[in-house]
Design a protein around this ligand. Structure first.
Ligand code: ATP
Ligand code: MG
Length: 448
């Protein structure tokens, strides 16, 4: 049942329309002028309006113009016979559809039903969007992605800690968010901490909070991420980059579920589910002495490994479509298509930066390409040949790889005028990660 406003100056049309719509189970309100209609719109909410364009006083087009906006119901305009021009103008002003006089009652009902179900769909879409933004949808129905989906579904409700591993850009963060969304804690906060991005001297305060005056700059009491996540989920991202000192503190919280703020005496108890992620091989880090094995075992109750994109290349077309749809929705621009050749080219590439790299490639094409179909030649993938040539031949694989990485980063950085954030985007790595590499390779950044 819908609530419909009927605006027409002819009494016979008002009563006929009201009659057939009420027979269909709808509720109707009638008015005979634009002025009256505007007053009704201001007073009440309607699911739909039928609006005659020819009205004495404020005419239909002006009514349409004034009620335009997100909250307005769909409006079906009624135009006099042979007045198609006005009807077209009305659709430009946002009218849902138009009906021509003399009215065919069958067409009235059909159009009304369409408009109503359209509006319902829109509302449903909006509600769904609210529940999961497209940003958080895990795309892919290849075997590896199905397995991942199953692992997520069985781990999510369990409250156990999960250690998510996988290469850069493979989707670890999305997996963490999905675990939270499908858990019993979904209504409580999801708090993430990027352990690599926070300077060592601040990480404790970031995690545990601090008391006013605990250190220079602590001008107020502050809650840490553990407290903010109380009742919900705390996502420790890039856990492999956490210092041994912080690891010891985190271990203690996991053992005792209690902690103190920096500079505080009071013991704080929280109920937090911890998810962690890393692209490092933690067993190797343990062997190298840079990760605590006791923390590793505490975090790694349920291991989930996110597959690199090259192992589920059959999802590439679907992922690319998903990103095209997303960017079109975000920018309001028409959605571009990929030609068969373009899809083949995307599938043939190795994607060292995984889904993030794919997303970046698609985003660039969506924004920069003028046409509406993406052809193979529009797509530029991966390393430029010139970077790889001239690497000396007396290096170990590791040295050669580092040398290549260094040169490649340098060349992209140069292309992007020394902009580290953009370079990180394009390379599909976290900014903090890129900074570490720049530091390791002794690359000094000069912005042009
Ligand atoms: N299966 C997927 N479906 C849809 N989008 C995905 C999928 N996997 C990854 N993405 C998208 O790719 C990008 C990178 O994913 P995410 O940030 O989760 O990767 P990550 O493994 O945490 O990377 P890093 O190691 O660099 O932190 C994000 O924009 C994410 O939305
Ligand atoms: Mg991540």
């Amino acid at each position: 049942m819908a609530k419909i406003l009927i605006i027409d100056d002819e009494p016979s049309i008002r009563s006929t329309l009201a009659g057939i719509l009420e027979d269909e189970g709808h509720r109707t309100v009638v008015c005979e002028s634009g002025e009256e209609a505007l007053a009704q719109f201001a007073r009440d909410e309607f699911d739909l309006a039928l609006l005659d364009l020819w009205l004495p006083g404020i005419d239909g087009l002006s009514v349409l113009e004034r009620i335009r906006g997100a909250a307005a119901p769909p409006v079906i305009v009624i135009s006099g016979h042979g007045n198609i021009d006005t009807a077209v103008r009305a659709t430009r002003l946002g009218a849902y559809d138009f009906l021509e006089k003399p009215l065919s009652l069958e067409r009235v009902l059909l159009t009304v039903n369409h408009a109503i179900s359209d509006r319902r769909l829109r509302e449903q879409v909006r509600d769904l969007r609210r529940q999961i933004s497209l940003e958080e949808l895990l795309i892919g129905d290849s075997d590896p992605m199905r397995r991942l989906d199953q692992q997520i579904r069985s781990a999510a409700p369990s409250n156990s800690r999960v250690l998510i591993t996988g290469e850069n850009g493979s989707g670890k963060e999305i997996v963490a968010r999905t675990l939270h969304r499908l858990s019993t804690r979904a209504e409580a906060p999801f708090i993430d901490v990027n352990c690599a991005a926070i300077p060592e001297e601040l990480i404790e305060s970031e995690l545990f909070g601090h008391r006013k005056g605990a250190f220079t700059g602590a001008i107020d009491d502050r809650k840490g991420k553990f407290e903010l996540a109380d009742g919900g989920t705390l996502f420790l991202d890039e856990i492999g980059d956490m210092s041994l000192k912080t690891q010891a503190k985190v271990l203690r919280v996991l053992q005792e579920q209690t902690f103190q703020r920096v500079g505080g005496q009071q013991t704080i108890k929280v109920d937090v589910r911890v998810l962690a992620a890393t692209n490092k091989d933690l067993e190797q880090e343990i062997a190298a002495g840079s990760f605590r094995s006791d923390l590793y075992y505490r975090l790694n109750v349920i291991p989930i490994e996110v597959p690199p994109l090259r192992t589920h290349a059959s999802d590439i077309a679907q992922l690319a479509e998903h990103f095209l749809r997303r960017f079109a929705a975000e920018t309001g621009a028409p959605r571009k298509k990929l030609s068969a050749g373009a899809i083949a080219k995307l599938k043939g590439y190795g994607w060292p930066g995984n889904v993030r790299e794919l997303r970046n490639v698609i985003e660039r094409l969506a924004i920069l390409l003028p046409g509406d179909t993406i052809e193979p030649d529009d797509i530029q993938l991966g390393a430029r040949a010139d970077v790889a040539t001239s690497i000396p031949h007396n290096l170990t694989l590791r040295e050669a790889r580092d040398e290549f990485e260094k040169r490649y980063i340098l060349s992209r950085l140069k292309e992007l005028a020394g902009n580290v954030s953009r370079t990180a985007e394009v390379l599909g790595v976290e900014r903090s990660n890129l900074y570490r590499k720049l530091h390791a390779y002794g690359i000094r950044v000069e912005r042009n």
